[in-house]
Design a protein around this ligand. Structure first.
Ligand code: BDP
Length: 732
């Protein structure tokens, strides 16, 4: 389904080529999920029926590669949705014309009343209006990429069955960098990947362009993603060598028409590994010179290269601290190398050291004191929570704490800690939860969204990154429902004020069906799914209770090289109670938050129960708001989590026949796996914590299926995405 893009061919030729290939494709292909939310299947709403009766014509601006992509997409979409192939016309001659372009490429739209100044560089309008007596749709922007975004927006309206009578959409992103971070290795394995091997076939690049790259770009552009980091944060210097830069340049050429810039992860020790230097000390002039020359080389090949993403002095990766320098020294050196070319550095705050008193505190400790010492083309990329992409964490205390530094949000779409690809967990509510949280950094209303979009403390760089869940599986993400996490991430990165419910609804309509009964039930499933996972994995503020391969529960895990990798370190369950005391009597991590937030989290009574055990060590018999003891409530949450999955299964099975059997069956099987594993999580967790609480299960609650030793003996070191060392961790 790839759309060939080449600015030199006339648009009409593209439309015809495209339509012909679609005819063939639609006859032969089953619904395997490859087309994502861009299926463009006919939908039988009234206004579309009406549209079918007359041909639509497209009046487009002077072709450019991006505008050509927009017209191709529009043609493809209209053909699929309406079954009619639109004509490309030089001017409006009939009803149902679509004017598409910028004031420069399509001068006739200059006379229309559009709030151009509100659109910025990437925003768009989609409007229904009357042009010279003809009902017309306008898709316009200040730039071609805005037009492409507007085109996808218009198609989304059609796909979701909305009325075309009075369309008035004006949309512009608040965040400038909306980026997918792939944790993909050059040999095509994917760190924490659950959707097959990497989509990047470096071996065959630059000469073979897999059509998937174009479809990837279409999917990203359709939700406004404008950057991609194709390689792992645990980086290889090889990606910075000339042959690999040539390969990257080929990808950049594919992505450019879709407004997507490429970035690279930069291994801090590259000057030694591939540059022949003795040191990578950021204050050493030869090192600085090496990076400057490397940047010049990259920009010689890729003039719009985005910049570097860096994981330094974290989990064994090299960094400036190896030379007694700070993160600012390291980031600024790279920033200086990129500055002349307009590139940026995304420097990650995910750092922790062995032996610290509280892993949750370490990112803040390393970075807060550097506020104000970074160049303006550096942003600090901060995970949503202070530990590591857990099912639920409080927001990272660095948000709002570095007013003089750009901080960008990093969320994880690949479900490393949320059941991998087989658990249905829609992450929209998780991302929305963090964006809406109030940091109180500049008084009430200082939400994480406002920190990130620069409206609280203005910065040149504003950004959101999602760790990609994309692989070479036919359905891209390893499961049909995980596509919603790619989609939802893009939509929220574009507009943080969107509700994840509305996003889920759009996605269900585009991906499966506009049938209101189906949409209502599936959206409800999706909206409850994250809380279900929190409940069966780590309820009430518990965290990091998974095995070392990150598959399945292991609340008993202890020992090993790093306490901060073990479950017992986080849950701290003993005879008295459970939870990590982060108040002043414990690690005092609460003090890293603004005073209002710290006061709330310091108080046992005021801490939201969903975060209780994150901040407090709580006696087993503590009375929860429900009146239940903590122990009873814990058991109830685990059980409720399993019940929610059973309910999802039941809902899904009631929808048999509503969609194609191929996707229906796979979702059914995956829900069965999820139910089995949710029960495993519940039973293993209860069996273990019971050895600490010495309490019976509340009456009416099923005992665990097996005893603790059964669960402790389960070991799956070769699950997808596991790091090699996980294989040595099975209990002898
Ligand atoms: C952890 C992952 C590890 C990543 C690390 C990171 O387990 O594979 O390298 O995050 O973000 O959650 O750097």
């Amino acid at each position: 389904m790839n759309s060939a893009v080449n600015g030199k061919r006339p648009l009409t030729a593209y439309a015809c080529l495209l339509v012909a290939s679609l005819c063939i494709a639609s006859q032969s292909r089953a619904e395997d999920g490859y087309e994502l939310w861009l299926r463009y299947k006919p939908i039988g709403t009234r206004q579309l029926e009406a549209s079918r009766e007359s041909t639509t014509e497209i009046v487009a601006g002077t072709p450019s590669p991006t505008l050509t992509a927009a017209v191709s997409e529009l043609t493809r979409g209209l053909f699929g949705l309406l079954g009619a192939s639109p004509a490309i016309a030089p001017t409006v001659t009939k009803d149902r014309s679509i004017l598409i372009g910028t004031p420069r490429s399509l001068p006739i739209i200059r006379q229309l009343e559009v709030k151009w100044d509100q659109l910025g560089a990437e925003g768009y309008v989609v409007r229904s209006l009357t042009y010279e007596g003809h009902p017309t749709i306008l898709i316009a922007a200040n730039s071609d990429i805005g037009v492409l975004y507007g085109t996808f927006s218009f198609l989304r309206l059609l796909q979701t069955g909305q009325s075309l009578q009075n369309i008035q959409v004006l949309s512009a992103p608040r965040v400038r960098y909306r980026i997918l971070d792939h944790w993909d290795n050059l040999g095509r394995s994917v760190e924490r990947g659950y959707a097959g091997e990497s989509i990047w076939d470096w071996h065959k690049l630059p000469d073979y362009i897999d059509p998937r790259y174009i479809d990837y770009a279409r999917a990203c552009a359709s939700v406004g993603i404008n950057g991609t980091v194709p390689n792992n944060v645990n980086a290889s210097s090889v990606s910075l060598t000339s042959p690999y830069l040539g390969k990257l340049a080929a990808l950049a050429n594919v992505f450019r028409p879709y407004g997507i810039r490429v970035y690279l992860t930069a291994k801090f020790s590259a000057p030694i590994e591939i540059g022949g230097l003795q040191t990578a000390d950021p204050l050493n002039p030869s090192v600085q010179d090496w990076w400057r020359r490397k940047a010049d080389e990259i920009y010689g090949l890729i003039p719009d290269f985005g910049g570097f993403l860096v994981k330094a002095n974290s989990e064994g990766e090299p960094g400036p601290q190896d030379y007694g320098r700070t993160h600012a020294d390291g980031a600024n050196m790279l920033a200086d190398a990129l500055a002349a070319h307009g590139g940026i550095v995304m420097w990650r705050a995910f750092v922790y050291r062995a032996g610290g008193d509280d892993r949750a505190k370490q990112g803040f400790e390393d970075f807060k004191r550097l506020d104000g010492s970074f160049r303006d083309n550096v942003t600090i990329q901060v995970k949503n929570g202070p530990i590591d992409f857990q099912p639920r964490e409080p927001f990272h205390p660095l948000f709002g704490a570095m007013p003089k530094t750009s901080t960008m949000l990093e969320v994880q779409l690949t479900k490393e800690y949320l059941g991998f690809a087989t658990h249905l967990v829609f992450l929209g509510p998780l991302i929305e939860e963090v964006l809406r949280t109030d940091t109180y950094a500049a008084g009430p209303g200082s939400t994480v969204a406002k920190v990130v979009d620069g409206s609280l403390f203005p910065h040149r760089i504003t950004g959101i990154a999602g760790v990609a869940n994309v692989g070479s599986d036919r359905n891209w993400t390893g499961s049909h429902f995980d596509q919603a996490n790619w989609y939802g991430f893009g939509r929220l990165a574009w507009d943080a004020s969107l509700s994840s419910r509305a996003i889920a609804e759009e996605w269900v309509r585009m991906t499966f069906s506009n049938d209101p009964a189906f949409v209502g039930r599936v959206v409800a499933m999706m909206m409850g799914s994250r809380e279900a996972a929190v409940n069966y994995m780590t309820p009430l503020g518990l965290t990091h209770q998974m095995s070392r391969s990150h598959y399945g529960p292991a609340p008993w895990s202890t020992g090993g090289p790093e306490a901060g990798w073990t479950s017992t370190y986080f849950a701290r369950a003993d005879e008295k109670g459970i939870g990590f005391d982060r108040t002043v009597t414990g690690s005092n991590a609460v003090a890293q938050y603004a005073p209002q937030v710290a006061a709330e989290f310091s108080s046992l009574k005021r801490t939201p129960e969903r975060l209780l055990l994150w901040f407090h060590h709580v006696p087993w018999d503590y009375r929860m708001r429900s009146g239940n003891t903590l122990w009873d409530e814990l058991v109830m949450h685990y059980t409720h989590g399993v019940q929610s999955v059973s309910d999802m299964r039941q809902t899904w099975s009631s929808l048999q026949g509503a969609i194609d059997s191929e996707r229906f069956e796979q979702v059914s099987s995956f829900l069965a796996i999820q139910e089995k594993e949710a029960k495993w999580w519940r039973d293993a967790s209860i069996a273990y914590f019971q050895t600490r609480s010495h309490r019976l299960l509340p009456s009416g609650f099923e005992p665990t299926e097996h005893d603790l030793s059964y669960y402790e003996a389960l070991c799956f070191p070769y699950v997808p995405g596991a790091r090699p060392e996980a294989s040595s961790l099975c209990k002898k």
